[in-house]
Design a protein around this ligand. Structure first.
Ligand code: ADP
Ligand code: MG
Length: 393
């Protein structure tokens, strides 16, 4: 039973996508590549503090069929939305000029050209099963599928680390989103049955076993449908608090503060900054503890860490919202071993690690609780730790 079956969002097969490509653009595609969205298991707002995160690639992917063109024209089409074919040229790749979804593929092309890679004109068809704006990083799924395709088609031979930095450049400097390296690291480095333990200071990555099914568990995603936005002042102000905290404590980044330093830090920081700092410091510690448990006791043991992470985000970092709190509390009350909001906050999705036997009860209870509270109906589906970006045809 996959999330795709439950959500009715089965991906278009590589064969069908190639056929649709030919219908749309005429010639045949040179190949089809896919890259997954991601869920962050634990480690929230630790990335820009040079700390630890533990995301995993999910079984929902963006797929692109691509053909190189002999000229400088770029034609882009998504099966989602009604924008139709967008036609542009390699000569008009400038930051801030692209509109809609095309800024993601064009941003990747721009970033690769900035690196001196001779990206050709191309035709590209996108189909994705990663829900948009739910905090599962649908935008990075697109970017990682595109960079995988271009890396192969140009023979650039970039490794994962270089592709991570190029997609970050695309997001930061072309799209204009102040994102870190977590999402694309999960999408590019993920592996089936594993989470990606990532050190955001030096980009060191290690796969950690994370298999839900053999443990009799499912990981439920509860998309609250409350839209989150990085443009939101909330994100910028949290970042600013972290920078202030690091400055006052005299460290390069909050990564360098340990749980044992917090008591002293309380006397040096104003009350709000201290709580922001405490979230980041304890969250880093929870990531390390989670990795240790996954390496040993297994996934059923990490519930209390997920719960503690949510409380920290709700009370110390103050980035939750009533819908996320309700999703988390209701999941727990109905049998989930642990639950937390995931992603940047102020909306988006929660995750609930749930025994298979309790899955239906959690789903029903959350749907009812949302209805009783007068909230929009949430979208509830399972995800499993899946493979990272790859060529599929
Ligand atoms: P997230 O990455 O968390 O899903 P973002 O706001 O960063 O949220 O990215 C969502 C954007 O990605 C959408 O507004 C849209 O431009 C683009 N996008 C994602 N999936 C698709 C798709 N299948 N077709 C077209 N655009 C898409
Ligand atoms: Mg995104």
């Amino acid at each position: 039973m996959s999330s795709q079956d439950q959500a009715g969002t089965a991906p278009v097969s590589a064969h069908d996508l190639a056929a649709r490509f030919t219908e749309a653009f005429g010639g045949a595609a040179d190949g089809v590549w896919q890259a997954p969205g991601r869920v962050n298991l634990i480690g929230e707002h630790t990335d820009y503090n040079e700390g630890f995160v533990l995301p995993f690639a999910i079984d929902r992917t963006a797929r692109v069929a691509v053909a190189v063109r002999p000229d400088r024209t770029v034609r882009l089409l998504s099966t989602y939305g009604d924008q139709g074919i967008v036609t542009t040229s390699l000569d008009s790749l400038h930051p801030g000029t692209a509109k809609g979804w095309t800024k993601y593929p064009l941003g990747v092309m721009w970033a690769l050209r900035q690196r001196g890679i001779d990206v050709p004109g191309l035709d590209l068809l996108l189909d994705s099963t990663v829900p948009l704006g739910a905090g599962l990083s649908s935008s990075h799924a697109i970017e990682c599928a595109v960079i995988s395709a271009l890396n192969d088609l140009t023979g650039a031979g970039l490794g994962a680390e270089e592709m991570v930095l190029a997609t970050q450049r695309a997001e930061n400097d072309f799209v204009g989103a102040p994102t870190g390296i977590m999402d694309q690291s999960a999408s590019l480095r993920g592996a089936k049955g594993h989470a990606v333990f990532l050190d955001c200071r030096d980009q060191k990555a290690a796969l950690v076993p994370f298999e839900t099914e053999p443990a009799g568990l499912v990981l439920l995603v509860i998309d609250t449908k409350v839209s989150h936005s990085h443009a939101d002042g909330g994100y910028a102000s949290r970042r600013a608090s972290c920078e202030l905290g690091a400055e006052v404590l005299g460290v390069k980044a909050l990564r360098d503060v340990q749980v044992g330093d917090l008591e002293e830090a309380a006397g040096l920081l104003d009350e709000v900054t201290f709580r922001r700092v405490r979230h980041v410091v304890t969250e880093n510690d929870r990531v390390l503890q989670t990795v240790e448990l996954l390496d040993g006791a297994g996934p059923a043991a990490i519930g209390p860490l997920l719960d503690a992470s949510h409380v920290s985000m709700r009370d110390d970092f103050e980035i939750s919202c009533p819908e996320l709190d309700l999703a988390v509390d209701t999941s727990r009350a109905n049998g989930a071993l642990g639950a937390r909001m995931t992603g940047g906050g102020f909306g988006g999705a929660a995750i609930a690690l749930t025994p298979v036997d309790a899955e239906q009860q959690v789903r029903t209870a959350v749907a009812k609780a949302f209805s009783d509270a007068g909230f929009k109906a949430p979208d509830i589906f399972t995800v499993s730790p899946a493979a990272g970006a790859m060529r599929i045809a």
